[in-house]
Design a protein around this ligand. Structure first.
Ligand code: UT7
Length: 330
């Protein structure tokens, strides 16, 4: 029988070894452990060494996900890499394909900032639901430490580096129960990693731009306001599509940006604290990696079990936001 449903059958994650505590952060900018911990919930973050690349972190996470799904890299039909910080602007997914030896897989990058994992989950599932592919590897990975302004205390304390991955496979019953995705480019200016063009005269009548990417800029207050309003709404929408009620959710895994956002969303949805997964105290905001990193940790800790229903939501630059409701395992 054709398998036009999807199941998420394995997970993996990887973080750099190097830890930067809030205390150490006080040597870089005027801040304190108390400010960072009470405003964000973050205690420390991992930072990639110059010798650690995005593809290395992503490949480690991916290998674990493939092993836990019980398949081989050569079984993969598609590799999707959700990232905003590729090793190569042309894309990094193909390097991961080579490192994994996933000879059959087509591979490409997908950019939706901190919503990248949820957008990737829905994108991957479409290829399976249409019968095109059977085995898809989805990785969320970011090294934002390469792109923050280490003199800007409003942003540099927030971010960390990491990677998480899942394997999606064709399944007779569909375990992706509902989803909703949104974008609003009119609010794009609230969170950017923008190209700064500078004009260059190539010939007397031919001008081009040659520039560089500027560090991350964010209007924290506006992004906070956006998140606490839009995330509960979109989870509600995805739940409606899944024909489920809030009390049927076993776990809430939000993009790990700020503990106050996580608490506020859980409160608005009436989800008790013991169902909320949070690990940002240890890793900070790892962008596209944060959801699969938290998911993988919870699976390995034995919290998330076969058939548990998970509500997840990513939100961030674009602005973009999305939610997915899925049931763990085959
Ligand atoms: O992943 C993408 C999604 N991103 C997000 O979800 C981020 C959403 N926004 C936030 O999480 C919060 O807005 C922040 C954590 C970024 C900031 O928290 P806040 O409570 O909104 O603080 P604020 O920006 O209003 O700043 C309050 C004060 C300011 O001082 P004044 O103007 O009141 O004197 C800041 O200059 O805190 C100051 N401040 C700091 N102080 C110590 C800002 N950053 C720091 C810092 N250490 N690191």
């Amino acid at each position: 029988m054709e398998k036009l449903g999807i199941a998420i059958t394995g997970s993996g994650s990887a973080v750099p070894k190097n830890t930067l505590t809030n205390e150490a952060m006080t040597q870089l900018v005027e801040t304190s452990d108390e400010w960072i911990a009470t405003r964000t919930g973050i205690r420390q973050r991992r930072l990639a060494l110059p010798s650690e690349s995005l593809s290395m972190l992503a490949t480690t996470a991916a290998s674990q996900a493939i092993a836990s799904a019980g398949i081989k890299a050569t079984d993969l039909d598609l590799i999707l890499l959700a990232t905003s910080t590729p090793d190569d602007l042309f894309g990094t997914a193909c390097q991961i394909q080579a490192q994994l030896g996933a000879t059959k897989a087509v591979a490409f990058d997908l950019t939706a900032a901190c919503s990248g994992f949820v957008f990737g989950l829905v994108t991957a599932s479409q290829y399976i639901k249409t019968g095109v592919y059977q085995n898809v590897l989805l990785i969320g990975a970011d090294i934002l430490s390469r792109w923050v302004d280490w003199e800007d205390r409003r942003t540099c304390v927030l971010f960390g580096d990491g990677a998480g991955a899942v394997v999606l496979q064709g399944n007779q019953s569909d375990r992706l129960l509902g989803f909703s995705l949104k974008s609003d480019g009119t609010q794009n200016h609230y969170l950017n990693l923008a190209y700064a063009p500078s004009a260059q005269e190539l010939l007397s009548d031919v001008n081009i731009t040659k520039g560089h990417y500027q560090p991350i800029t964010m209007n924290g207050k506006e992004v906070y306001r956006f998140a606490v309003q839009k995330v509960p709404e979109i989870i509600d929408k995805a739940l409606f599509q899944a024909n489920l009620t809030v009390d049927q959710i076993d776990w809430l895994i939000l993009h790990q940006a700020n503990q106050r956002i996580i608490d506020s969303v859980a409160q608005r949805l009436n989800i008790p604290e013991n169902k909320v997964i949070s690990n940002l105290a240890n890793y900070g905001n790892t962008s596209a990696a944060s959801i699969p990193l938290a998911l993988d940790e919870a699976v390995r800790q034995g919290k998330i079990k076969q058939n548990d229903i998970i509500a997840t939501s990513g939100f961030g630059a674009g602005l973009t936001w999305g939610a997915a409701i899925f049931q763990w395992g085959r």
